[in-house]
Design a protein around this ligand. Sequence first.
Ligand SMILES: Nc1ncnc2c1ncn2[C@@H]1O[C@H](COP(=O)(O)OP(=O)(O)OP(=O)(O)O)[C@@H](O)[C@H]1O
Ligand SMILES: [Mg+2]
Length: 316
Amino acid sequence: MSFVEKALNRLKQQEREMAPLGEYRAAPGEAGGPADGAGGEGLEAGADAVPGREPGIPRRGHKLVAVDRARLREEGFLAPEKYQRQMADEYRRIKRPLISNAFGIGVPRIEDGNVILVTSALAGEGKTHTCLNLALSLSTERDRTILLVDGDVPKPHISRLFGVADQPGLLDVLGENPPKLDDLLIRTDIPRLSILPAGQWRNDATELLSSERMRALCRELSTRYPDRIVLFDSSPLLAATEAQAIAALAGQVVVVIAENITSRDHVASALSLLDEHKPINAILNKSRQVSGGYHYGGYGYGYGADTDAEQESDAR
Ligand SMILES: Nc1ncnc2c1ncn2[C@@H]1O[C@H](COP(=O)(O)OP(=O)(O)OP(=O)(O)O)[C@@H](O)[C@H]1O
Ligand SMILES: [Mg+2]
């Protein structure tokens, strides 16, 4: 059974009609929106919290951001402490096939497999939540470095969560008179994790993300340090065009599906926009209610990540 069939079979029949998608752009005051006061805090120029230099991590003297875990938790992007262990375990399962594909561990190496896009069919399914937690989980891998790229340029939520929404980033490096990429990478106080913010919004964002310069940028990001994983957060596939542009360049795609919320039709339409030859990991998110809240994390399945139960049911 293909990953797509599995993804669709795991979703319960939805009665919900295809909702109108509307414009995908952060409203003022909305997370990722232009004016809710955040941005820039915690950023120090020239600080050096990471001792020495690891390959793939921007050099000393680069900007450094302190990750505000309390704020992330308060905003619902990190699990409450009682769910932390469960969350860590789930992300271990989710990241393993991604790492194997990226570096050819036990499976053939996937071309550009270290460039990973996190996307979804619709807004609000948990892309940013997944991307952030995946980045944190990947950053615990001793022999990898992680570059988290805010590719959701219409709603730069990752940039805001890290307090770097006012910093130049992806769109600036793709525009005219681009600054040097190296100057835009921001180190975090989490070892091995750095960020490329979304940068200044512009109306030709999709064209920039589809440009030859973007292709060259992805190639540079993925090849310069062979141990680096480049993880893109993105906009929803059905509500905006940017994610599809990045999907064309990523070697692997993670599709976050809000179980019981997103209809099968929406999921099928979103998956049809992706290259079926690329490994696509579907993650069911918000899958069970626990004590009135969401079950933290999702569970990865699909390409190389079948659970025993799924294998048994396939065999039946
Ligand atoms: N597994 C989860 N457990 C708890 N809360 C979650 C989970 N996944 C997502 N959320 C919450 O759901 C909301 C939407 O998640 P998130 O912002 O990650 O979605 P998104 O797909 O990035 O949305 P957008 O399309 O607007 O960028 C957030 O408040 C987030 O904290
Ligand atoms: Mg988001």
